[in-house]
Design a protein around this ligand. Structure first.
Ligand code: ADP
Ligand code: MG
Length: 603
């Protein structure tokens, strides 16, 4: 084949591949156009998975009659004039590619009337070529019908996923924009069935209830935070993030918007995950919907044709702003999980949600919806100074450390069940506490605190004990000798794949050092993926787990009370460092309800 410049239609089809990958990309581009046109009502109708028909009507500005054809030319846009405009772009579109791309791989039927013009225009295109045009009467706004997508590019069709997957993708696109624009009313209809509707109230919470279902929404905590960095640039983070009780097996449900634009960003997603450090079990991820607002000049949106990836001028600042905002909400608002007996659970108001992928991990608990202040107030009322002094078993945390602020009300130990759980009573009712999980939490925070104060770890020296590993593990141990020493383990290479254990952390003095060290190495081998806890953190977690009282261990009343006193002053008393709950709470009201006493005259 000799060299030839490609025909305009072929160029357009090739270029279309970048913007229009699948039916949901058409939906995305057309919804963005409607939003850019200032629409307050956007209705999307789909047949099948969208290949047959995608129809989007909006009540935005509409297009002037003399610009209708131009809109379909490549690189034709009303949103950008010079490269300089790119640095403070406020519209979702700016590349002028979408309509040309969509039209080149489908049959388009457009009806539009500009709000300042009397007559509208109807334009029909096939494979990008204009077939028909006439003036029509129409309401102000635009209706786009895209039929037989990819009819002229069979290769594309082959790459489409199953009908169900495409449909879900479309629902996801609509849900995301509805979240980003709560003031716009969205309706999605698939094969005549309404799949999604937002009410345009302007309240993110309203949209989120529709998107997640009320059951899940109850676990969401509000986020509102602002971080200002030098040269006066401010990052504002608002939205909702889940209490640790609502979590998922993957990161898919962390949804991020920059200045109203949905984006994917591995680093910022990690910032959200990091904010839950030690509050979620490894391998579990939070649900979050966050709106990040930053000055447009701080972000480059022109990185990729689909505009779903962005680049920040100062990525570290944005990372820390997001992490801080989420962490604050989670720490400030997380409360003791309360028992929710299964038969009282208000199930299934909107159980099937539009993001439906995997059922929520229900652990038979629910965060109470009372405000965060409630707990503290009741607790403070009881914790009078004289009470404080009277508590004989108050154990200060760490030598000479100032008493840490109370994070739980003062609890009175009632007894122990199954040699594993402590029953306690507090101002707000009954508490069942997992002794092992609670002790792990206490030890973990003590460890971290000493570490932060750069105190050398208390050690127990040993008569030389040797331990031998398979070669791979031995290399790993060699690599981690420093981190092990930080935590209090002194290991010394001793011949091939063998080490002498010279010292272990003091809190493990009673354990078999060989068991302890091999347990740590197992943990380190298990999961070396980046983004998980650091090596040192894993070692600390294992040490705490090992040193904590075990389930099945009978405790004296004093031991239990001492444990509870320390737990009351940990930073995150509600979860163990692996993110499992340390306690279950049942309020006085719930007890009364369970016994049918609520509202009844007591006798
Ligand atoms: P871009 O959005 O990047 O400008 P598009 O190809 O998506 O490029 O659209 C081209 C132009 O067509 C837009 O700049 C806009 O002027 C016009 N347009 C497209 N859709 C609409 C709509 N729903 N309402 C009003 N104008 C529209
Ligand atoms: Mg566009």
């Amino acid at each position: 084949m000799g060299i030839q410049v490609l025909a305009e239609t072929v160029i357009a089809q090739i270029a279309a591949g970048e913007v229009v990958e699948r039916p949901s990309s058409v939906v995305k581009e057309l919804v963005e156009n409607a939003l850019d046109a200032g629409a307050r009502n956007i209705k999307v109708t789909i047949q099948g998975d969208g290949r047959k028909l995608i129809r989007i009507s909006d009540d935005g500005s509409g297009m002037p009659a003399d610009e209708v054809e131009l809109a379909f030319a490549r690189h034709a846009t009303s949103k950008l004039r010079s490269v300089d405009d790119l640095s403070d772009i406020m519209t979702l579109g700016f590349r002028g590619e979408a309509l040309a791309s969509i039209a080149s791989v489908s049959q388009v039927n457009l009806t539009t009337r500009h709000k300042d013009e009397a007559m509208g225009t109807m334009l029909q295109l096939e494979g990008g070529a204009i077939r028909q045009r006439r003036a029509v009467g129409a309401p102000a706004g635009t209706v786009f019908a895209v039929e037989n997508l990819f009819y002229n590019t069979p290769a594309r069709l082959k790459f489409l996923k199953s009908e169900a997957t495409e449909k879900r993708q479309i629902a996801q696109v609509i849900t995301r924009y509805a979240l980003a624009y709560p003031e716009v009313r969205f309706i999605l209809e698939q094969d005549g069935r309404e799949m999604f509707r937002s009410n345009g109230s302007g309240q993110l919470a309203d949209v989120l209830i529709t998107a997640l279902g009320l059951d899940e929404f109850k676990h969401m905590l509000e986020v509102e935070d602002e971080s200002t960095f030098d040269d006066d640039f401010t990052v504002r983070v608002t939205g909702f993030t889940a209490a640790p009780s609502l979590n998922r097996a993957d990161r898919q449900r962390i949804t991020l918007f920059i200045n109203g634009r949905w984006i994917t960003d591995t680093s910022l997603t990690y910032a959200v995950v990091q904010a839950y450090h030690t509050l979620l079990m490894t391998g579990r991820f939070p649900v979050a919907v966050l709106m990040i607002d930053i000055p447009p000049r701080e972000v480059d949106v022109n990185v990729h044709p689909t505009k779903a990836e962005v680049r920040f001028r100062n990525p570290d600042a944005v990372f820390s702003a997001v992490q801080r905002a989420v962490r604050r909400s989670v720490i400030a608002q997380a409360q003791t999980p309360t028992i929710r007996p299964a038969h009282y659970a208000p199930r299934g108001l909107t159980s099937g949600n539009t993001w439906g992928d995997e059922p929520t991990q229900q652990i038979g608990m629910n965060l109470s919806m009372e405000g965060p202040g409630q707990f503290a107030r009741k607790g403070d009322a009881l914790a009078q100074p004289e009470d404080e002094a009277a508590a004989p078993d108050e154990i200060p945390v760490g030598p000479g450390a100032p008493l840490r602020p109370r994070t739980l009300p003062m609890l009175r130990v009632v007894g122990q069940v199954g040699a594993s759980y402590i029953i306690a009573e507090g101002p707000a009712g009954l508490y069942l506490i997992d002794q092992h999980a609670a002790h792990e939490r206490i030890l973990y925070e003590q460890f971290m605190e000493e570490h932060a104060r750069k105190q050398p770890m208390a050690q127990q020296t040993l008569d030389a004990q040797t331990i031998q590993f398979p070669p791979v593990e031995a290399r790993l141990v060699e690599d981690c000798l420093d981190q092990l020493a930080q935590v209090g383990f002194e290991l010394e290479p001793f011949g091939p794949n063998t080490f002498v254990i010279r010292a272990v952390p003091a809190m493990l003095a009673d354990d078999d050092p060989v068991d302890v060290v091999s347990g740590i190495v197992d943990d380190l081998m298990l999961d070396r993926t980046p983004g998980q806890a650091s090596i040192e953190d894993k070692i600390v977690l294992r040490v705490c787990k090992q040193a904590a009282v075990k389930a099945g261990q009978i405790l004296s009343h004093e031991e239990m009370q001492g444990l509870i006193r320390m737990l009351e002053r940990t930073q995150s008393p509600l979860t163990c460092p692996h993110g499992r709950p340390t306690m279950i709470h049942m309020s006085g009201d719930q007890l009364a309800r369970e016994f049918g006493r609520l509202g009844a005259v007591s006798h």
